[in-house]
Ligand binder design. Sequence first.
Ligand code: ZN
Length: 154
Amino acid sequence: MAIRTILTDKDPVLHKVCKPVENFDERLWQLLDDMADTLEKADGVGLAAPQIGILRRMFIMNTGDGLRECINPTILERRGQQECTEGCLSSPGEYGIIHRPAKVKLQAQNRDGKFFIVTLEGLAAQCADHECDHLDGVLFKSKVDRMLGPDELR
Ligand code: ZN
């Protein structure tokens, strides 16, 4: 278990498309454990592998209902829309107003390679959509309606 360094959005790694995870082995589990430590330390809700310099399709999230590990995720369905205030651990101190799906149906694999499908709503849907974007090198700042000014932040 170890805390990894979170790259900032100026790093070119965060603008690249990630490759699928192929090996569900101890190296992957170690990485997932490190990601969990890193997310907890950073007090965030989601962390994608490219944010710690690993160009593989995986993210973890914890929106208050426990840790979820999503490997090779695909959003099968997006429904509705919600307006969110959003930030990113790779863009410290920066927040914007963005539209995300209200509900997503997500398919992914767990750390043993087993497929699962889950329906997520609200913050969890926002987070999953944000993290999946990371895997395609897309950052929230490129999708915001507008960024919030310093006087709008508390
Ligand atoms: Zn992010």
